[in-house]
Write a protein that binds this ligand. Structure first.
Ligand code: GLY
Length: 372
């Protein structure tokens, strides 16, 4: 059975904010049974959404109440629409009503929305309290629960208010994925494929043979993806350079997602984004034809892509990509692969490559051809 402890190493001169990611089937049950310890705290507040509260939250609260004093469940309505400052304020108000003090610990139980929002609350509540991530979706297990990015959406964009606030511990239980809708699986799979392309040729080969999505198979991929993300975050916590490799596929992907008015699933957009950005890497002479072919074959096989070609408007997508917070200036910059398992770095060591807008537009035409 797959079980692993992956370390995010954040030891700096004056402080050590390192933490573990524990990946183990049955980990949530073990946590409830007291076999996995939480950091010491004056109280434990499980923050979750209405769906996850029903599936896991109430049971976890009942089990933890036998191990610890002061365990509470704070529930907010499910859905991306609730990832707002208003919900964050409501959660903080509830924590205050529960007399959570600066030694209280938040347990974020859920997918990316819950982790980002509850992590954000943890970072600002009484100027910051500790939290533990308990991700329940594949996307949250391999990506959003690791690395300390927190945030809420605003009327002018996604994740526009946020902080870096690292958790004390991440506990991922692949058994909870049994209740996950297939669409959610693709959201996480896109990030796993991304990890393989940016840093793990062996995982890339194993993904080629992936046909079943059972908890045991997924556990192995989750461990690999977490190792990669932990290594990147340990080197570059604040996304000064190396961490930008994790944005592979996301510049074009986010633009497509926004242009669909968020009707297309995030994972499907990231798959399309990786296709387009691989085309750009090949067009700029960074990626050999043979690797381009291998990458795009895998992406097309696993993507379950759902966009209509006529919905992809190159001018609109360029405008959205430029507006995205990841485009630091009017020049588009992207992290691009140089071969399977490796990202291109420029002569001065930067992982951000300038991409002419015309090249970006051509990559959208390539996508349209692939989709039609
Ligand atoms: N999801 C990309 C990052 O955490 O940097």
């Amino acid at each position: 059975m797959t079980a692993a402890r992956v370390r995010v190493s954040l030891r700096r001169e004056s402080e050590d904010r390192s933490y573990d990611i524990l990946i183990r089937r049955g980990a949530l049950e073990e946590l409830g049974a007291g076999n996995i310890s939480l950091p010491p705290g004056s109280s434990y507040s499980i923050v979750t959404d209405s769906n996850v509260a029903r599936l896991h939250g109430r049971r976890l609260k009942g089990a933890l109440s036998k191990q610890y004093h002061e365990v509470d469940l704070v529930v907010f309505p499910a859905g991306e629409a609730t990832k707002s400052l208003e919900t964050a304020s409501n959660v903080a108000t509830r924590l205050n009503e529960l007399s959570v003090d600066r030694n209280g610990v938040i347990l974020t139980l859920g997918g990316g929305v819950v982790g980002d929002l509850a992590g954000f609350v943890a970072s600002v509540y009484k100027r910051g309290i500790r939290y533990v991530q308990l991700p329940t979706t594949l996307l949250a297990m391999v990506d959003s629960s690791i690395g300390g990015k927190t945030g809420v959406d605003t009327p002018w964009g996604k994740n526009q208010l946020g902080t870096f606030h690292q958790p004390e511990l991440v506990i991922a239980d692949p058994d909870v994925l049994k209740t996950l809708p297939p669409q959610e699986m693709y959201n996480g799979l896109a990030e796993i494929v991304k990890c393989a392309i940016i840093a793990d040729p062996a995982m890339f080969v194993r993904l080629r043979d992936l046909t079943k999505f059972d908890a045991e198979t997924l556990s192995g991929f989750i461990v690999n993806a977490c190792r990669i993300k932990a290594r990147v975050v340990s080197t570059d916590e604040r996304e000064a350079n190396l961490r930008t490799v994790l944005n592979f596929g996301h510049t074009v992907g986010h633009a497509i997602e926004r242009s669909s008015d968020y009707q297309l699933a995030h994972g499907a957009c990231v798959f399309l984004g990786m296709l387009a950005e691989s085309w750009i890497a090949r067009h700029l002479g960074l990626l050999a034809e043979s690797d381009f072919k291998e990458i795009t074959e895998l992406l097309q096989r696993l993507s379950g892509a759902a966009a209509r070609p006529e919905s992809l408007n190159p001018d609109m997508l360029v405008a959205y990509a430029r507006a995205d917070k990841k485009a630091l200036s009017s020049t588009l910059r992207m992290s691009l692969p140089s071969k399977v398992g490796m990202m291109h770095s420029t002569r001065d060591g930067s992982f951000m490559v300038p991409v002419p807008q015309e090249t970006f537009r051509h990559s959208i035409q390539y996508l349209k051809d692939v989709l039609s």
